[in-house]
Design a binder for this molecule. Structure first.
Ligand code: PFF
Length: 476
């Protein structure tokens, strides 16, 4: 184990492609395979999807470049990196406060991310046991959960939610795995995990999508995802799409500042960032093309909401050929995506503990992994014993939301857009222009375009999400 204490040689990625793989792993997560199809389904498909893609490339991509620029230049944790860039640019060190906001946001997101990933882990267990049963019965290619009614299949989620000990053990196992990987460090922990898990993820994703194209209704799925009905693009839907683009690209929580700070080689951040944005968006779209053909083939509701993946799909696998096996692989795929993202969430505060507090990597991992685990317990109790608790009940926006949704909503609607807003203002207006040009490797028309997007469009658009997200009544 590389035990960095902040004083010795700082850790780093072994190559540029290792960084890209880890950054794509951070971006590709529950946001792509669970949230994106859920939101696309709820928001009526095509118009949401096309608006989302526009957000990724016009707002997300310039921010990806900016965050990596800060980290690559600063070579320190999020707070330290911003401080250094501010210093080199003659700006106030107080800008590093938005780095601290990001550290806090990443820590809070991790707490509920691990709980949701715990549900996935539970379903890996359910589908794994079912597949094992199929093998024992000598029929490995049968459908999933045979003989169970749709109510019984959906009911499994309710049973899980009503059982705090079960939720807790899944959350514990997932957080334990995350902590174990991060404590091993950048090279033998995070990079090693991404190198094994990301190729596995892509093979599963492509495999299940091809399967869905054969046994499902791909034509209807394509029409649903790509035929825009612009009347469905309401201000709320635009707001959701913008927020989802930030979440999916891991923006606003200093994740890419932190990962970028472990890049040692030469700059040239434009192409690296384009790769990350394309990969993340490609995976979100492919996830839609993996899930909806199966949902449509069985005549289920694409607008089922957050339970789409947990209740609707397992039932769909019942009548599909080899449904038991594919159902298991499907949940393994989501779990793999969740791990490579949760390690990036934990790495943000862990790097802060190492860089700012002088802790060892092991101590910092234990403090923040353990802390997020404890907050996660409150989130999972919100489904059962604390179901009446409304953490921010005084705020109309959160008056009805349980603990997990409150932490999710507060980080997603307040902290993340705030982080993105300050990143855009800082890099667009405060950072030294020559430093930016040199470190990003951008020039000519690309540099001008990026400058326009980061200095003008991002603050305006992200500021709008922030205001309308907080005061939805403005939208009517
Ligand atoms: N981008 C991840 C996802 O789509 O699931 C979530 C995430 C990971 C957000 C890491 C922020 C972050 F720093």
């Amino acid at each position: 184990m590389v035990a960095s204490t902040g004083s010795g040689e700082r850790e780093g990625w072994s190559s540029r492609s290792a960084f890209i793989l880890a950054a794509v792993g951070a971006a590709v997560g529950l946001g792509n395979v669970w949230r994106f199809p859920t939101l696309a389904g709820e928001s009526g498909g095509g118009a949401f999807v096309l608006f989302y893609v526009a957000c990724v490339f016009l707002l997300g991509l310039p921010l990806v470049i900016s965050e990596i620029f800060i980290g690559r230049t600063g070579q320190d944790d999020a707070v330290g990196s911003i401080r250094k860039v501010a210093k080199q640019s003659g700006a106030s060190g107080s800008w590093s406060l938005f780095g601290f906001l990001g550290v806090l946001a990443a820590f809070l997101i991790l707490s509920f991310y691990s709980v949701v990933a715990g549900w996935v882990l539970y379903y890996v267990g359910v589908m794994g046991a079912d597949f094992l049963g199929a093998i024992m019965a000598g029929d490995p290619f049968r459908g999933a959960l045979l003989g169970e009614s749709q109510e019984a299949v959906s009911g499994r989620m309710g049973e899980l939610f009503a059982n705090p000990m079960l939720l807790l053990s899944m959350h514990f196992a997932f957080m334990g795995l995350t902590l174990f990987i991060v404590a091993r460090g950048i090279g033998s922990g995070i990079e090693a995990a991404a190198t094994i898990l990301m190729p596995m993820f892509f093979v599963l994703l492509v495999g299940i999508t091809v399967y869905g194209a054969f046994v499902g209704d791909m034509t209807e799925a394509l029409a649903f995802l790509f035929t825009p009905d612009w009347s469905k693009l309401t201000p709320q839907v635009m707001n959701t799409a913008l927020g989802q683009a930030l979440f999916s690209l891991s923006l606003g929580v200093a994740g890419l500042i932190t990962y970028g700070s472990y890049i040692k080689g030469p700059s040239g951040l434009g192409s690296t960032s384009v790769t990350i944005a394309f990969a993340d968006t490609g995976v979100a779209l492919l996830s839609g093309l993996m899930i909806f053909p199966i949902v449509f083939a069985v005549g289920l509701d694409p607008a089922a909401g957050p339970t789409l993946v947990f209740q609707t799909l397992p039932f769909a696998f019942q009548t599909m050929p080899a449904g038991a096996l594919i159902g298991l692989l499907f949940f393994v795929l989501i779990l793999v995506a969740a791990v490579t993202s949760s390690i990036s969430l934990l790495e943000v505060p862990v790097a802060w503990g190492i860089g700012e507090m002088g802790w060892s990597r092991r101590t910092s991992s234990l403090v923040f992994g353990g802390g997020a685990f404890l907050i996660g317990i409150a989130c999972l109790l919100g489904y059962n014993v604390w179901s009446d608790v409304r953490l921010l009940g005084f705020w109309p926006l959160f008056a009805e939301t349980d603990i997990l949704d409150t932490v999710d909503g507060f980080t997603g609607k307040v902290m993340l857009p705030l982080g993105a807003f300050f990143t855009a203002i800082f890099v667009g207006w405060k950072a030294d222009r020559r430093l930016v040009k040199e470190m990003t490797g951008l020039s000519g028309v690309w540099l001008s375009l990026w400058r326009f997007l980061i200095a003008w469009l991002c603050p305006l658009a992200v500021g709008t999400i922030l205001i309308t997200g907080l005061f939805p009544q403005i939208l009517g």
